[in-house]
Design a protein around this ligand. Structure first.
Ligand code: AMP
Ligand code: TRP
Length: 336
């Protein structure tokens, strides 16, 4: 059986989306919708693996959809919905919990990072531990073939492929689930924190100075880039000299991506200049790119009923595909 190309990806509604989400995921989402059928999901069931205040959770779902749209996703081209509105995600997750292996989950580095030390781990939710199985269910429920994500999700994607393969083997249904391929953009797969270049930019890092949010004003962007860690020496002309300077490398990478140049070209242009020069240029280009997105997000958030309707329409479309696939899955597994 040949599976047609289908894109699926998810974003957690756990706060404001940031530049890492935008360059590592959303920009890819929007370009893919021009060429393939795409499904983009606000994964609220993933978010609650860590406690979320109910009123904040629903607000964050709206903020995430608004960010999808402001970044260029079009509900007439892509299916956009929230995960909990399609119950098939939870049902397939249970079936896949029984296919996936404890040994596989034990290797997941994101769980280790989020759950903390051995002692703290005891207090993590069971949901956080089996989170990658739910992610596999998200993808396989639609038999998606391509998954655009940032580099941090590569290991989870590999697990999804292992689960798909084991299901196909165990139930002797060769090629039933396609093995989903990650689509990770090469140049900009991981945007790092502005305060610590060894950590990824993240919604959960305490200091807001560590990230550029899609809703930041020009003034906030300016302040954050000014305060960002860089280097006291001038910008070098080669990559090798940046090896031990992750913060400087990160700023140069972001600038290269936004100015649509490769890093080598940026280094050629800027070699010998101080980082204050790069920061000035970077602020300009960020303000140009981000502030229109920020004002569009705000405009969209002023009309929640419109956003709600987009989610309802999207979940109806998603549910049709999900139910059709689930019917076959129940049959394969032998569930009456
Ligand atoms: P999350 O906010 O963790 O749900 O992530 C949503 C999407 O953004 C996923 O595809 C992530 O891989 C991607 N992403 C999150 N943080 C970063 C980052 N710092 N750099 C690049 N991509 C990221
Ligand atoms: N785990 C992903 C993240 O934290 C979000 C996610 C959930 C996802 N389900 C997915 C991404 C399915 C791609 C496909 O970023």
């Amino acid at each position: 059986m040949i599976n047609k190309k289908l894109v699926f990806s998810g974003v957690q509604p756990t706060g404001n989306l940031h530049l890492g989400n935008y360059l590592g995921a959303l920009k890819n989402f929007t370009s893919l919708q021009k060429e393939m059928e795409c499904i983009y999901c606000v994964v609220d069931l993933h978010a609650i693996t860590i406690f979320q205040k109910p009123s904040e959770l629903s607000e964050n779902v709206f903020k995430t959809v608004a960010s999808f749209l402001a970044a260029g996703l079009d509900p007439n081209k892509s299916i956009i919905f929230n995960q909990s509105a399609v119950s098939g995600h939870s049902e397939l997750a249970w079936i896949l919990n029984c296919v996936s292996r404890i040994g596989w989950l034990n290797r997941m580095t994101q769980f280790k990072d989020k759950a903390g030390s051995d002692k703290e781990k005891e207090k993590a939710s069971v949901g956080l531990y089996i989170y990658p199985n739910l992610m596999a269910a998200d993808i396989l429920l639609y038999k998606a073939t391509h998954v655009p994500v940032g580099a941090d999700q590569k290991q989870h994607l590999e697990l999804s492929r292992d689960i798909a393969q084991k299901f196909n083997n165990d139930f002797k249904c060769e090629n039933f689930f396609p093995l989903p391929e990650p689509l990770i953009s090469k140049n900009i797969s991981r945007i790092m924190s502005l305060r610590d270049g060894t950590k990824k930019m993240s919604k959960s890092e305490e200091s807001d100075y560590s990230r550029i949010n899609l809703r930041d004003s020009a003034d906030e962007i300016n302040k954050k880039i000014k305060k960002a860690k860089s280097d006291s020496e001038p910008i070098p002309d080669n990559l090798k000299s940046l090896e031990k300077k992750p913060e400087a490398l990160n700023l140069l990478n972001i600038y290269s991506e936004l100015s649509k140049n490769n890093l080598e070209k940026t280094l050629q242009d800027m070699a010998g200049k101080e980082y204050s020069f790069l920061k000035k240029k970077l602020t300009e280009i960020l303000v140009n790119e981000i502030t229109p997105v920020a004002s569009e997000i705000q405009k969209l958030l002023d009309d929640k009923s419109h956003l709600k309707q987009i989610l309802i329409n999207g979940s109806e479309k998603a549910n049709i595909i999900a139910e059709e696939n689930l019917k076959k899955i129940r049959d394969i597994v032998g569930l009456l």
